[in-house]
Design a protein around this ligand. Structure first.
Ligand code: GLN
Length: 182
C-alpha cells in the first residue's frame, strides 16, 4: 500500500516510521503525477498559509480536489485547515472537503503548545486550530477540553493534533487511516 504525504512544507518525514511500521510505503506528493499511485493522502501539520502558496506554485489545487473524490484524506492541524469548509482567524482559502469550520491558532501561541493522551496514546497540539460548526455527516472520534479534535466524515478525517511526533509506531491514528484506505 502506498500512502501519500503532501510534501510541500511542514511535518512530513516523521510519518515515515509509522507508515513503514504498517508495512506500507510513504510517497512524497508535490506534483500532479505523484497522485497516480497512492491510495490515501496525509495533509501534514505545518503552516497552512505557506502550504497554500506552494499549492499555487505547483498548480495542484484542482488535482487535490479531484483526488478527494477518489481516495481518503487525513488532514493534520494545518492539513485540517486546508480541508475545512471555512477558515477564520484570519479568513483564508480552503479546499472545502469536510463540513466543518476551522478557527486557526485557537489555543494561543507556540509556547502554549501541549501534549495530551488520546486513546491512551501521547499526541502533541502545536498552535492547533479549533473545529467548529460540524455538519451532520461529521463524526467526533475524540475530544479534548470539550472540543472535538478527531473528526471523520465519510472517507476523510482530520486531527488537530500531531501523532506522528510520538515514538511508538505505528500510532493508532495511522493504523485507523490505513484501515480506512484498504
Ligand atoms: N498554526 C498553523 C496554521 O495555522 C497550524 C499549526 C500546525 O500544523 N501544527 O497553519
Amino acid at each position: 500500500m502506498k500512502i501519500g504525504v503532501l510534501a510541500l512544507q511542514g511535518c512530513v518525514e516523521p510519518h515515515r516510521k509509522h507508515i513503514e511500521a504498517l508495512g506500507a510505503e510513504l510517497v512524497e506528493v508535490r506534483r500532479a503525477e505523484d497522485f497516480k499511485n497512492i491510495s490515501g493522502l496525509i495533509l501534514p501539520g505545518g503552516e497552512s498559509t505557506t502550504m497554500l502558496k506552494l499549492i499555487e506554485h505547483f498548480q495542484i489545487w484542482d488535482v487535490l480536489k479531484e483526488y478527494a473524490e477518489k481516495i481518503p484524506y487525513w488532514g493534520i492541524c494545518a492539513g485540517s485547515i486546508l480541508m475545512a469548509l471555512r477558515v477564520t482567524n484570519p479568513k483564508q482559502k480552503s479546499l472545502g472537503l469536510m463540513h466543518l469550520d476551522v478557527e486557526r491558532n485557537s489555543y494561543g501561541r507556540q509556547v502554549d503548545s501541549f501534549e495530551e493522551k488520546i486513546d491512551s496514546y501521547p499526541v502533541s497540539f502545536i498552535r492547533a486550530p479549533l473545529l467548529k460548526k460540524l455538519g451532520k455527516a461529521c463524526q467526533v472520534k475524540a475530544s479534548t477540553k470539550g472540543n472535538p479534535v478527531w473528526v471523520t466524515e465519510g472517507k476523510h478525517m482530520v486531527t488537530t493534533f500531531h501523532p506522528e511526533l510520538s515514538l511508538k509506531t505505528p500510532s493508532p491514528f495511522h493504523k485507523y487511516f490505513a484501515e480506512k484506505i484498504s
